[in-house]
Design a protein around this ligand. Structure first.
Ligand SMILES: [Zn+2]
Length: 203
């Protein structure tokens, strides 16, 4: 299962790079025997290093929420797009430090939107997590982080064209419900008084 998620993730990453004329990062898959790190993957220009055993399975219970295209995705599918985010950050920055650059710092400042997942120790990770959703489920990012989406959309073409519901159609019910709630919260917040009155009159 993890191998399949990794293969699909690499296919998506390559397609995204192709469509957007980006240099394709090299992907190295490591075994736990050659992996002394706590993390499941990392990026160093211009390589993605990933340890499959350390990546998550699809989350079906408890605090595990990973699913391809969800706001949380630590499966190999999402991990590859997160690392692609670091690659894009580095490739579009004028100043870089290891796997981060000023591109992500500037974009976060301009968009001014909150993190999309619980993993956000700095601007580089804020960016990589939002970028992951831009690649795996752009429709969802468009709705719940519109300012970031617009800025990314002005520079990159997404390759996934499905609605967010279609992307998550195979997800556990609680995952779909959690995303529905996020989408509903945003739509309610953005509803104008006129729109609300119109919706009322149509009931
Ligand atoms: Zn990262």
């Amino acid at each position: 299962m993890k191998q399949r998620l990794l293969d699909d993730g690499i296919v998506l990453m390559r397609r995204f790079c192709e469509v957007n004329s980006l240099a394709v990062p090299e992907v190295n898959i490591r075994s736990t025997a050659e992996w002394p790190f706590g993390v499941c993957a990392y990026y160093r220009p211009t390589k993605i290093e990933v340890c499959l055993e350390k990546c998550a399975h699809i989350g079906v219970a408890g605090r595990s929420w990973s699913f391809p295209g969800n706001t949380v995705d630590r499966t190999p599918y999402g991990v590859i797009q997160h690392e692609l985010g670091h690659h894009v950050d580095v490739m579009h920055s004028t100043q870089t430090a290891r796997y981060r650059g000023d591109f992500s710092v500037k974009l976060r400042r301009e968009a001014g939107e909150p993190p999309i997942s619980g993993y956000c120790p700095d601007d580089g990770e804020w960016f990589a997590e939002l970028f992951r959703v831009f690649v795996t489920n752009p429709d969802l990012l468009r709705i719940i982080r519109p300012a970031t989406y617009e800025r990314l959309r002005s520079r990159f073409d997404p390759v996934v064209a499905d609605s967010w519901e279609a992307v998550l159609s195979g997800a556990p019910d609680r995952t779909k419900a959690a995303c529905s709630k996020k989408v509903g919260d945003v739509l309610r917040r953005h509803a104008t008084p006129q729109f609300a009155a119109m919706a009322d009159s149509e009931r």
